[in-house]
Design a protein around this ligand. Structure first.
Ligand code: BTN
Length: 323
């Protein structure tokens, strides 16, 4: 509760005196610091200046459900049955999966300011500091089974590229299957999780994490080269980017079972960072194959030229090969 009160006051980035914050929280001036440390625990940067008080340098733009909803175009808002904007959650994907279990999955969306257990692909952690990224999940139901999902995660990557380009980003690349990169650094990731009947009605949770404006304090814990939207296009609002993202993503999700990936193939390939490059595709612990990346198939599988022979792969982790 004290965190919400403090953020309501300090999100503006201005200095607030210890006395004023103490009054707000109903604690003594000296006890204020203990409460402020909770903000630091969420990954927020705090500055304290004698005689002025405390501030969050640059402030935080909190997510606003009304602003997001009002910015949506009809093709996007028609998809939504329920949207939650949460302050803290373990993982938006877990929350969305819970909705599926409760029977109200399709059309559910959630965004969070902070994830305590954000998940990445391949069991990795997704570092999720407060208010500095977008963490969101959407549930979509497919009646045609898992086969209808082929290429969905790549199409989601295309939606992300469209949204980033709409806010002015250039040089956005896609690494198979769906990492979004800028100049080789990770900008956004996609995690799809499926449940239900693989040959009938199944539900997919589409989880997206987009680095928006990461503060110094949290970046040491990210274990790969990364970049944020603020570096590429300064001044992009998180709420406006969420609007842009949903306007591109939701129509892709709602129409995917009809159009499939072939509709997005050319656009995906036009952003393929490894096109024509010598790569290695790793599977499991010690297995890998080396080849030249040719592109993707109509269903989103990776095409590799392996010793002069074209082969197609639907799983694995791609990396550039040093030759
Ligand atoms: C990746 O490893 O590239 C995928 C990262 C996906 C992270 C997002 S953040 C919102 C959603 N909730 C999660 O726990 N993970 C996804």
């Amino acid at each position: 509760m004290s965190v919400e009160l403090l953020l309501g006051q300090m999100a503006d980035g201005e200095f607030h005196s210890g006395e004023a914050l103490g009054e707000l929280l109903g604690v003594s001036r000296t006890a204020v610091w203990k409460h402020l440390q909770k903000l630091e625990g969420l990954g927020l940067q705090l500055e304290s200046v004698k005689g002025k008080g405390y501030r969050i340098p640059g402030g935080v733009e909190l997510l606003d459900a009304d602003v997001i909803t009002q910015g949506l175009r009809p093709a996007a808002s028609a998809f939504i049955k329920q949207m939650d904007v949460l302050q803290t959650v373990d993982s938006t994907n877990s929350r969305a999966m819970q909705k599926v279990v409760e029977g109200s999955g399709h059309g559910y969306l959630c965004l969070a300011e902070y994830q305590t257990a954000g998940r990445g692909r391949r069991g990795r952690q997704w570092v999720s500091p407060f208010g500095q990224s977008l963490y969101l999940s959407v549930v979509v139901e497919f009646k045609e089974g898992a086969a209808a999902l082929e290429g969905l995660s790549l199409a989601v990557g295309v939606a992300l590229v469209r949204a980033l380009e709409e806010v002015g980003a250039t040089e956005i690349g896609l690494k198979w299957p769906n990492d979004v990169l800028w100049r080789g650094k990770k900008l956004a990731g996609v995690l799809l999780e499926m449940t239900g009947d693989p040959s009938g009605v199944c539900q997919v949770v589409v989880g997206l994490g987009v680095n928006m404006s990461l503060s110094e304090g949290v970046v040491q814990s990210i274990d790969q080269p990364w970049v944020d939207v603020a570096t590429i296009v300064p001044g992009v609002s998180r709420n406006q980017f969420a609007v842009s993202l949903f306007n591109h993503l939701l129509p892709v999700l709602s129409g995917f079972s009809v159009v499939g990936f072939s509709q997005y193939k050319d656009e995906w390939e036009s952003h393929h960072v490894h096109a024509g490059a010598s790569v290695e595709l790793a599977f499991g612990v010690n297995e890998s194959v080396a080849g030249v990346a040719l592109g993707v198939t109509e269903t989103g599988a990776l095409r590799l030229d392996v010793s002069g022979e074209e082969r197609v792969y639907s799983g694995g982790e791609v990396s550039l090969r040093s030759v």
